[in-house]
Design a protein around this ligand. Sequence first.
Ligand SMILES: O=C(O)CCC(=O)C(=O)O
Length: 275
Amino acid sequence: MSSLTPKQLKQYEDEGYVSPIEALSKDEAKEIREEIENIEKKWPSELDGLGRNYIHFISPVFDRVCHNPKILDAVESIIGKNILICGTTLFVKNPNEEGFVSFHQDAKYIGLEPHNWVTAWIAVTDANEENGCMRMWAGSHKDDLKYHNQKFDENNLLTRGQTVENVPINETKPVILKSGQMSLHHPKIVHGSGVNKTKDRRIGFVIQSYIGTNVNQVLGRMYVQLARGKDVYNYHKHVKRPLKLMGDKDILIKKKANEELSNIFYNGAKKIGKF
Ligand SMILES: O=C(O)CCC(=O)C(=O)O
């Protein structure tokens, strides 16, 4: 079932993103934050560096979010009814840290082709201009892939510090979300986000991305789950859903999937960053 309204679809088509979309209740968003903080307490290095990817392989709470029918209905409106979950990432900005995300296009280094895919950014906490919400350069998804300067800055939350220079900031729009809401963005939209200047964490759980089953990985191997429909292409390795938190086999799959992802993200790079 497709759930985006014609107006929302037009926003996606014209601007390259759509928001806000009601995805989860506040209580569900709170449960996600508690799950993260529980993992951080019991397994302090699990979510560090590369470990911020694929949390849905080791946590039934995150797995349920990825397979949430409300989210999938919105995604289906954009990429059709055969949907794979191809990856997830936590973007956490803690207070008193200088984390930011340079302006970039997701499609630049991710190897997913054709671009029949969409990224869901779920607000675990509120996201606003004070705590460093995303900013979208509306309409930029209609351009080709742009040159990205690879800066590897210490506080950049992207792998290579990849940066599209000279983005007209006054033409970018903040994606302000309440916890539980989400945005959907296009593979080629230029976007980024600033530093968190508040006293609380800003947490985004990003399904990066939902891909049509017709999308291949041209730089390596992806570990996916079928979210909806049928996968007649079988381009990727299919992974079972976790039944408990931090199961031994699931931890190994997360590790393996991250090794493969790192090879993809750093394909051709001069050095390896911390994520
Ligand atoms: O969380 C952020 O601030 C940026 C996330 C991002 O770049 C993405 O989801 O593609």
